[in-house]
Write a protein that binds this ligand. Sequence first.
Ligand code: SF4
Length: 330
Amino acid sequence: MPVTLTIQPAMPEVHEDPLDLMDEIERLKVEKDAVLLAHFYVDGEIQDIADFTGDSLKLARDAVTVTKSTIVFAGVHFMAESAKILNPTKTVLIPDLLAGCSLADSCPADKLAAYQKQLRAEGHDFQTVAYINTTAAVKSLCDWIVTSGNAREIIERVPADKEILFVPDQHLGRYLSEVTGRPMILWPGSCMVHEIFSIQDLLRAKKNNPGSIVLAHPECPKPILDLSDIIGGTERMRKYVASVEKPTTFLVATEANMIHPLAKLAPQHTYIPVPGIMASDGTTCACNRCPHMARNTLQKVRDCLKTGQPEIVWQPYFADARDVLTHSLL
Ligand code: SF4
């Protein structure tokens, strides 16, 4: 049965020197024959000591090249699950088992199965295309898996005589339907981080930074995308900023940690995170930080390397998810 993750407040950690922790992690990686994969949305200090960094697509592809026996995945649960599915014989560890994803949670496998059944009973002839931000149980019910980096290419592979049911992100699905011209039945899910961006704050930031360029992730709602100059996943953002030589101000509408790899790659620019909704006291919240990604800390990376826990354990439905992940991503 699929694992349901609930968000619980993280326990405060005893302060330890980040440099000591980094040294300890490097030692443990060698001792435990392990590699560290880190998503662009985790803290920059974790990205700095990772063997591989990237978005979901790049990390899934990197995971299958790993020759070490253990993979530590600093990201969220569905990503570590995908790494295990693609590497059944390896040990896959996640620093915090409760690092879930609001988007993945918005599409439970039993509800999707019931909806697919209903659509078939109504006479729809469709294939299900899932964004990678889904549980393995959901992936096992789908025909294709996409990431923001390969979605257009995969949608072109869906036979033209089939309808498309796109899950779970309604904003990404609507955007993809627009750019590919393929009508889609959209599952009404969304990401808590990308949905929160405030149009007023973006307009104010544009006014305060004349000549700036807005980069937005396609998980953002349409009003934000309509105000953006470049729409794309994390790899598209990286390629774009690297292609601009002249120092430029970029307003970044995605998870705020994404600024770390952008600034590393193209340090000549200024990056300003688009703030979230304004609170009643006039301050902006920190809701452009993903609370699930923030569960990854240096201490937890060190601890999971030390103890070999928490581990992603193979589940029977991983086999079907493996078929769909393999033909979609590799
Ligand atoms: S940023 Fe959104 S989609 Fe990404 S892991 Fe966090 S909740 Fe999920």
